[in-house]
Write a protein that binds this ligand. Sequence first.
Ligand SMILES: [Zn+2]
Ligand SMILES: [Zn+2]
Length: 139
Amino acid sequence: MNTFNPVVEKLRESGIQPTHQRIIILDYIMKQEGHPTADEINRVLQKESPALSKATVYNTLKLFTQKGLIHMIATNQDENRYEIADHPHGHFICSKCSHIYDIELKPDSVISDDLSGFTVEDTQLLIKGICPKCSPDNK
Ligand SMILES: [Zn+2]
Ligand SMILES: [Zn+2]
């Protein structure tokens, strides 16, 4: 066996063939603390790996999202944003600075009794408003 690589391991666990390009893309997303757009991911990775095409990056993000490895956050602002799906949490997006904050959720806090009989595949909580930094009370 090769030395343990958590990125390769994660891909295998999700039933994804760990190709070189997929490893590069997942490794990058796993190291992010923010919520990069597909375009940001593409720009950074193409600098490091010029052989990587934009189509490959976009298709890989789609595949990772389908397999539940990463989360797509539909902000309705500009582009969709991505992050590693390591723990469920909600998001607060500031309408002034566009910063996205991670919001911890209580277990099952967005699951309602109305969902009995439905199979939940993904839950997203997106709150919009003004963050404390942009709040007029802070100035
Ligand atoms: Zn703000
Ligand atoms: Zn997040």
